[in-house]
Design a protein around this ligand. Structure first.
Ligand code: M6R
Length: 623
């Protein structure tokens, strides 16, 4: 969840590191820090460290008279071990070592006790300092008994031993005083990516590197990187043998990581939905309704799906809501039974596995710890797997057999928006294609490809109501509870609406299937509650309208989002916005947009920090 960056070259390290931190601040933003290795006026070659609580701008104000150094590491933190204080902020220094870290070292307490018994004292409550101290301890021991090996070789050995002792999913990036110019990184389950340009750059996120290079080197778990200003070397941590790692070209534009004049990334990303959906579909749509969709790996796609009899979709948060809608798509269009699982639950269960059971994981970042663990568990059970990920080169995309990338581009706002519409687009296309592959003669499937082809224009039309949606959202401020309601595919949209609203406004919201109201939540309804209702013209709308009568009878406020010619729905609503009638298959992509803007409108009205909501981080790489 933390962001790490390192640089070694001929330029001033500070602007590069601060810039990288700003690009990754969405990963965690409760404290930040920087360490440089350079010549200090009094002590000669040494670490120059500054750390600050809160945002990167707080750190920046401590860097005005920074040391001119050509090498450094930096970190933006989402606290796991120890409060978000300056003392717990990274980098942590221990003797020869200055280190930043991402992820969790599970047995830190045990290692710490051992080191304390050896007379080592600690400043912070972090697991990071434990690794820094352990590494320094091992390095010092090797240095004392050294028989002519280079300091670099000793660092590698110390890292090998430390990495084997420290359990968990994490990565570390560090500098060693005895090896000026070099940066060392170890991938133990949390991403590390590097590039070489005018110097070398190492980070946890590709977004931090795009302006320096597009040919990126992604480390694999169990690999060590040694970066010098003009070279990158990779080693296997288990035996320190040299490894060949080839670069991958990433086509994301660096400008996409800018706000482009929008007040928030979230706002920009909501408006990017039509274009990105077009990008995701580009080159994939079939010639006619009986032809296949075009996937990157058609032979494996055909082989794996032909033998699949049952699918389990696994994800977290917003991606889980996409999976719920995926179930409707697959059942309707492919007649394939689908289970939908929260990754954090699935991984600890003992699922019943049948022949032909296919596991699909959905993740914007491709790094979510629980989703990744579920994928690995599926692979260990010998199951076929596929993924729908947005970040190229991400661990989940790499480790799944089939990969169906969404092309939403970088999503920086912590609240996921465009990734969701793109996940739905892939799920819809995939289900339609599998229906064709399995010979399901379903009239329902017909027209889906045309509906997808029209989707970007349909989404543009929905976006033309953005001001009205935001106004609706601001109008919710006096209310104590917001219910989001829908049936069928609108039920996951209701859940997603409630999640968006909670995340960025901190207000109480719940998503409910309309038919469930009278089984409990109706008890909450009074004049201080509003129900935001998603009701496209489908075969369950009449039922939803009956449920709304019950809300109205108890003085709840009704905010309706339906089709523009539905007078009954309009009549029962206190406020109503009508959207053009849409093909059933693309209604979820369209109806989530009002939910996003309503939440955004309320958050803006309340003055919330929309792109960086409290307590959250974009990529949840810890359990
Ligand atoms: O990167 P992922 O899609 O795997 O992330 C899953 C969730 O953490 C994510 O969707 C989270 O719920 C978002 N903040 C929702 O807006």
């Amino acid at each position: 969840m933390c962001g790490i960056i390192g640089y070694s070259g001929s330029g001033d390290a500070v602007p590069v590191l601060v810039n990288g931190l700003k690009r990754m601040e969405y990963r965690g933003y409760d404290s930040a820090g920087i360490a440089l290795l350079g010549k200090l006026p009094k002590s000669g070659l040494d670490f120059w460290v500054r750390r600050a609580e809160g945002r990167v701008t707080n750190l920046e104000s401590k860097l005005k008279d920074h040391l001119l150094a050509h090498q450094g590491i930096a970190h933006t933190r989402w606290a796991t071990h120890g409060a978000p204080t300056e003392i717990n902020a990274h980098p942590h220094c221990a003797g020869s070592v200055s280190l930043v870290h991402n992820g969790i070292i599970e047995n830190h307490a045990e290692i710490k006790d051992r080191l304390i018994a050896e007379g080592i004292s600690f400043q912070s409550q972090t697991d990071t300092e434990v690794f820094a101290q352990l590494l320094n301890y091992e390095f010092s021991r090797l240095l004392k008994s050294n028989k002519g090996e280079s300091p670099r070789q000793l660092v590698l050995k110390a890292l090998q031993v430390s990495g084997a002792q420290a359990l968990g999913h994490y990565s570390v990036l560090f500098m060693v005083k005895e090896c000026p110019g070099s940066l060392f990184a170890l991938h133990m389950g949390a991403p590390v990516v590097a590039c070489k340009a005018e110097g070398v750059f190492v980070a946890s996120d590709l977004q931090a590197l795009l302006e320096y290079g597009r040919d990126l080197f992604f480390l694999k778990p169990g690999q060590i990187l040694v970066a010098h200003p003009d070279s990158l070397e990779f080693f296997k941590a288990s035996d320190l043998s040299l490894e060949d790692v080839s670069s991958e070209r990433i086509e994301w534009a660096a400008e996409k990581v800018e706000k482009d004049g929008y007040e928030h990334f979230m706002l920009k990303e909501m408006f990017e939905q039509p274009l990105t959906v077009a990008e995701t579909l580009s080159g994939r749509l079939p010639q006619d309704e009986d032809s296949p969709f075009l996937w990157d790996n058609p032979i494996a796609h055909q082989e794996i799906w032909s033998k699949s009899k049952r699918v389990t979709l696994v994800a977290c948060g917003t991606a889980y809501h996409a999976a719920m809608i995926g179930k409707y798509y697959f059942e309707k269009m492919a007649r394939v039974p689908v289970d939908v699982e929260l990754a954090s639950e699935f991984r600890y269960r003992d699922p019943v596995i049948d022949q032909g059971h296919l596991i699909g994981v959905i993740s914007q970042s491709g790094e979510t710890a629980d989703t990744l663990a579920a994928l690995r568990m599926a692979r260990e059970l010998g199951l076929d797997t596929f993924s729908i990920c947005n970040v190229p080169g991400s661990t989940i995309a790499r480790e799944s057999q089939l990969s169906y990338p969404t092309k939403a581009g970088p999503e920086i706002g912590v609240a996921s928006t465009k990734a969701f519409t793109n996940q739905l687009t892939i799920l819809c296309a995939l289900a339609a294609d599998i229906g064709r592959l399995k010979g399901v003669d379903s009239a329902r499937r017909k027209g889906v490809a045309q509906a997808l082809a029209r989707l970007p224009q349909d989404l543009e039309r929905v976006l033309s109501f953005s001001d009205e949606f935001m106004e609706m959202g601001a109008g919710l401020s006096p209310l104590k509870t917001i219910l989001f309601i829908g049936r069928g595919m609108m039920y996951p949209i209701a859940l997603e609406g409630a999640l968006k609203l909670k995340e960025i406004t901190y207000r109480h919201a719940e998503g409910y299937a309309a038919g469930e109201l009278k089984h409990g939540p109706i008890a909450m309804v009074d004049e201080k509650l509003a129900a935001v209702v998603f009701g496209p013209d489908d075969d369950v709308l009449a039922k939803t309208l009956s449920n709304l009568e019950e809300v109205r009878a108890r003085n709840g406020k009704i905010i309706g989002i339906g089709s523009d010619d539905n007078s009954a729905f309009k009549k029962i609503s206190d406020e109503y916005i009508g959207l053009k009638s849409l093909h059933w298959s693309v209604a979820p992509m369209a109806y989530v947009i009002p939910a996003q803007f309503i939440s955004y409108g309320l958050a803006k009205h309340l003055g919330c920090d929309i792109d960086k909501p409290r307590n959250l981080a974009k990529s949840v790489t810890v359990e």
